[in-house]
Structures are given as structure tokens and as C-alpha cells.
Design a protein. Structure first.
Length: 305
């Protein structure tokens, strides 16, 4: 009997322990209260603060290495030279470096190269917070020299300044590459419709010695009113096109005429016909006036003195 009672007591004790463990597990499964969550978050924040202080303390005690600092300085200079070098006098056939070339260098190698990689540079500048938000990744930045009065968006309107040639194929290649960059910037929201008039993009395009027809059509199709928008000097793009390129003048003028004829507010009568009608009316009026004057003189002669 004693052994049986002992076994029963042991069994009851085991059951009590199992019940207590189940109660503890149930308590662990219950969601934390607001106070408990705040306390846990504060504890995690304090732990992170302590770790950060330890890291800062270690960094403050680190030994400086002049050679390492000199290495990073030279590396920065080399990268800057690689991005900005634009020596038109260098002879590429002799192996002289003329800056990045997207036919040779790749995005994976340098992640920035001449005009074709402007979107990459702008994206990285925004991603790493290198510039202010209003600088739009550097697209709205100006140079340090007093003569640098154009931002990056305006420079995308340029023709090739380094190669003075009538090679149409070359200038079309330049137009294609610049246009591709503009389309990429537009797709990611870094080139906006308001920029066309705000920064005089069409004006800058028409000011070039070589007219970029594809970029011109891209801009005027996006903002048709830009072709008649005047700057602070009350000059329109047609005036700048007239000063620099006969092809540019023809392109801008033809687009302006097309815009007038296709405007819903314009009359159904063609401009040329209207002008001809106006001229005919003026001529008829002048002839009638001349006839009346001649008849008056004849009457005076018949009456005599």
C-alpha cells in the first residue's frame, strides 16, 4: 500500500508540474501590452546606443595613416579626371586619354561615363544624398566658374563642341545619344515638362551651330507651346535658329506654321490664302482711291479757273 501511495503522489506531482509549464507557455503566447512593447523597444534602443558608443570610441582611438589618406586623395582625383576629362587636343590613336567612352568603358566598371551615364550619376547622387533635394541629383547644378551659366539639363541641348565638322552621321550620333539620356531622365521623373520653358531648353537647342532635329521634336511634341515661348529678352526660339543654322530656321519655322494651321482656335482659311485675300483687298482699295482722285482732277479741268 505504501508503494502504491508513493506512486500516486509522484504522478500527481508530475501532473501539477505539467500544468504549470502549460500555464507558462500560454503566458508567453499572449501578445505584449503597449507598455511592454515600449519597454522592449527602449531596451533595444539602449543596447544599440551602447554598441554605437563603443564603435565611436574605437574609431576615435584609431591610428591615422598618411599614406592611406594620400591614396584616397589621389583616387578621388583620378576618378574626377576620368569623369570630367574632355581634352579635344588629345590624340586617341596615340593612346592619349580623352575621358570616358561608352564604346570602351562599361557601367559595371565605372558606373559613370560622359553623357550616356548621366542618369546613373544622378541616381547615385540621390541615393547617397550627395546633394540637396532641389539639385535633382546634380542635374540643376552649375559650374564653379563665373562663365558656367548652364546647368546639366541645358548642356544636354549642345551639339558637339569639340569636333567642328560637317559629318552629318557624327552629329546624328550625338543627337541620338543625348536624346536617349533625355528619355531616360523623363522616365524616372528627373526631366520634367516645366523644365523646357523654365530653363530655356528649346532656346538652348536652337542656339547651336548644328540643329538637333530629334531632340527638337522630342521637346516640342512634349510641350508644343515652347516653340512660341519668349525669354526675358522677348526672343523666341526661331530667332536663335535664324542666327546659327539655316536648317534650324527651316525646322523651327515649318513646325511653327504647322502648329498655327493645326490649332483649333485658328480659322479654317489657310494662312497663305488669307494673306493673298488681304493683299488683293488692299490693292483693290488703292486702285479705287486712285480712280476717284483722277476723276476729281478731270472735273476741275473742265470747269476751268
Amino acid at each position: 500500500m505504501d508503494d502504491s501511495d508513493s506512486d500516486n503522489d509522484h504522478q500527481l506531482q508530475s501532473e501539477d508540474e505539467d500544468e504549470n509549464e502549460d500555464e507558462v507557455e500560454d503566458e508567453d503566447d499572449q501578445p505584449l501590452t503597449e507598455e511592454e512593447r515600449i519597454a522592449a523597444a527602449a531596451e533595444d534602443a539602449e543596447t544599440s546606443r551602447v554598441v554605437l558608443l563603443k564603435v565611436i570610441s574605437i574609431l576615435e582611438r584609431k591610428v591615422t595613416y598618411p599614406a592611406l589618406e594620400d591614396f584616397f586623395f589621389k583616387l578621388e582625383e583620378d576618378v574626377h579626371e576620368m569623369l570630367c576629362s574632355n581634352d579635344a587636343d588629345a590624340d586617341a590613336d596615340d593612346g592619349d586619354y580623352r575621358g570616358l567612352d561608352n564604346n570602351r568603358d562599361t557601367e559595371a566598371e565605372v558606373e559613370a561615363i560622359a553623357v550616356s551615364f548621366i542618369p546613373v550619376v544622378a541616381r547615385l547622387a540621390i541615393e547617397f544624398g550627395c546633394l540637396e533635394e532641389e539639385d535633382r541629383g546634380g542635374l540643376l547644378c552649375y559650374g564653379n566658374r563665373s562663365s558656367d551659366d548652364e546647368n546639366v539639363l541645358r548642356t544636354l541641348m549642345h551639339s558637339d563642341r569639340n569636333i567642328i565638322t560637317n559629318d552629318r552621321k557624327h552629329h546624328q550620333l550625338v543627337d541620338d545619344k543625348y536624346l536617349l539620356v533625355m528619355k531616360q531622365l523623363r522616365q524616372v521623373g528627373l526631366l520634367k515638362k516645366d523644365d523646357i520653358q523654365r530653363y530655356g531648353l528649346l532656346e538652348g537647342l536652337c542656339f547651336q551651330d548644328v540643329m538637333a532635329e530629334k531632340r527638337f521634336r522630342f521637346l516640342v511634341e512634349w510641350d508644343p507651346t515652347a516653340s512660341t515661348h519668349s525669354n526675358t529678352d522677348r526672343s523666341i526660339p526661331l530667332i536663335f535658329a535664324t542666327m546659327h543654322s539655316i536648317e534650324g530656321f527651316r525646322l523651327v519655322f515649318e513646325y511653327g506654321i504647322h502648329k498655327i494651321l493645326s490649332s483649333p482656335s485658328s480659322s479654317s482659311t489657310p494662312v497663305v490664302a488669307t494673306a493673298a485675300t488681304s493683299t488683293s483687298t488692299t490693292t483693290t482699295t488703292n486702285n479705287n482711291n486712285n480712280n476717284n482722285t483722277y476723276r476729281l482732277k478731270l472735273r476741275k479741268r473742265k470747269r476751268g479757273p
